[in-house]
Every structure is written in structure tokens, then in C-alpha cells.
Ligand binder design. Sequence first.
Ligand code: SF4
Ligand code: SF4
Length: 343
Amino acid sequence: MIRTPFSSLYCFAVNELKNINRVRLVSRDPSYKVILIPTYRCGLKCSFCFIQGLERQFPGDMSVDDLRYFIDWLTANRLRTFLVSGGEPAEYVHFPELMRLLDEHAMEIVLASNGLFGQDTSRLFSRKAVRFFLLNYNKEEFTRDQYQRFVANVRELRGRGFPVGLKLNVYKAQIDREILAVAAQFRCSIYMALSCPGYEANTHVSRERLAALSPAIVSFVRECKHRGVVTNFSRPILRCAFSKEDIHFLKPSAVRYRCNPIPVVNPDLSVFSCLNVFKPYGPLKAFPHLKAIRSAIQPYFNHLRQKPLFDHCVQCPLHRSEKCQGGCLAYKQEASDRPVMHV
Ligand code: SF4
Ligand code: SF4
């Protein structure tokens, strides 16, 4: 196609609009408003895992009674969809009961998994109950057998008509390109998440290194576009880590500079602000409705947003106008707000 000023302007406008829509779907108004973590156990133990340490904090899985309470709480709040994460949800001892309750209450989930579940678990998935699979692509930490199982599971899920996204943790400049082949072959989208500080302050990418990963991200998105693979950012990015041209190029990959917290319900029904900011807010039973949780979380998120990520952010108009919060707020969470806690 010959590029004219008009066609370039048209592409630009289309990408901007698509980006706005994806930001809405991924961040501003996602289908799920709450995240359930029924277990923090996971057999895989990835080195970059941000929940390391929480499996000791929450050694037990969610009880069936608490699971039922959670489902009833959702029903009272007229919420039909939630995200299930972990730990590895498929290792949850009451996973079959969870699937049964979804059926009984006509609810659906987005399932974030390491993708290594066996046939017995896979048989429990129904198209009505699982709206979307988000599978953590982690070839470097898989054994050969695990990788084969992961790919076989993607193939099977796609064959059964499930939409599948592959989550890519970006923590170094050499991004494994094999994920692209899997995504292209099975028509999966890719969700890029820059690795951020975990519960035990285990940081794979220091804040100083965040900008250094930008060229690798741009080049990866370029290859994805070339192969027709859709990419999305799971978290906000730093505006200043990319040139203006790069930002235009990265769209429509849900490019944004602020996030909206989605509260997490832990195995003991206690509540955290979001998946990476582990500030506890007491038991779910203390909150009659979702709005009350959001109101409790908001002041702390506002406080974190106002903290500069770098000293030079203070001079940045995007910081002063609160348009850029400096990536994931996990980088600014105080150690004292990750307390050892029991409900
Ligand atoms: S607020 Fe900070 S991180 Fe964001 S664009 Fe400005 S200088 Fe960069
Ligand atoms: S603080 Fe980080 S993990 Fe939490 S909602 Fe924002 S970007 Fe997502």
C-alpha cells in the first residue's frame, strides 16, 4: 500500500481508538472487578514470581465455606465474573467445587494459570464457566516435559474454542521469541508484564533498569505485529522510557500510564489492594459491597501515585498532572505496608 499523509493519519486515528478501547477492557472497565486467590501454593516456583513468601503467610487453601461466602458476596453485589489467580488455581484443593459453584450460580471466571494442569482438571473447564485463560508462558523455568504439556494444553483449549492469552513476564532484554511461534500457531494474544517487586521485595527489574528494557519491548512488539499477534501491556508503562514515535508504534497495545486497582480476596477471605500491592484491608466480611472496598483502597493508591518514582519525576509535568504514575505502584509500596498479617 502506498502511504499518503491521509492514510497515515487514518492509521494513527484507528490505532488511538483501538488503544482507548483496549485500555478500557484491560484496565478501566475489565469484565472482572475482583480477584480470587483460593491458594498461594504453586508447584512451579518461578524465580521472578511476585507472590513468593505469601504461600507461608497463607499456608492453607480457602475452605469450602469461605468459597461459598465469597460466591454469595458476589451474588449480593451482582457480580458475575471474577479472575482466579494464585498460586496455581488448578492446585486448589476444592477446584472441582469452585467449578461446580460457577455452574450453579451462572458465573464465569478468567483463569490465570501456569498452564500445566492435567487432563482431570482440564475436563472440568466448560465454555460457560471459563471466559478466558491467561497462561503464564515461562519456558525458561519449564522442564522439557512441562513445556510440552503447556503447549499441548494451549492446543487443546484453543481446539475447544476457549480464548487464550499468554502472559509474558518481561525481566531481561533477551525476550524468548518462541512465545511468538506458539501465539501465532494457536492465535493467542500476548500480555506483557514488566516484572515488578514481589511480596518479599524480591525485585527482578530495579526501577533504574526499567527504561533499559524499552528497546527490547519495542522490537518484540514489532515482531508480534509482523506475525499478526495481538499484544497488550498488563500494567502501565513509564511514558519517559519511550520516544514519541515508539509510543505511537506500541499502540494499540493498551498503552497507559495509570492503573485501576482490582481488589484481591485471599484464601482466608482477607483483602489486598491489588495483585502487586499487598496492603491488607481486613476480612471481606467487613465490606458489604465492592464500593466500600474501593473507597478503602483509594487513599493509599492516591498516596502512592503522588510519590515520585525517580527524583526527576518531581519536575515532570506528567507527574504533576498525575497523568503518569511511574509504572506499577509496587515500586513505591513501603515495606511497612507489606506486614505479616492474620485476619
Ligand atoms: S512521571 Fe516520572 S516516570 Fe512518568 S514520565 Fe514523568 S519522569 Fe517518567
Ligand atoms: S499497582 Fe501494579 S499490580 Fe496494582 S493495579 Fe497498579 S499496575 Fe496493577
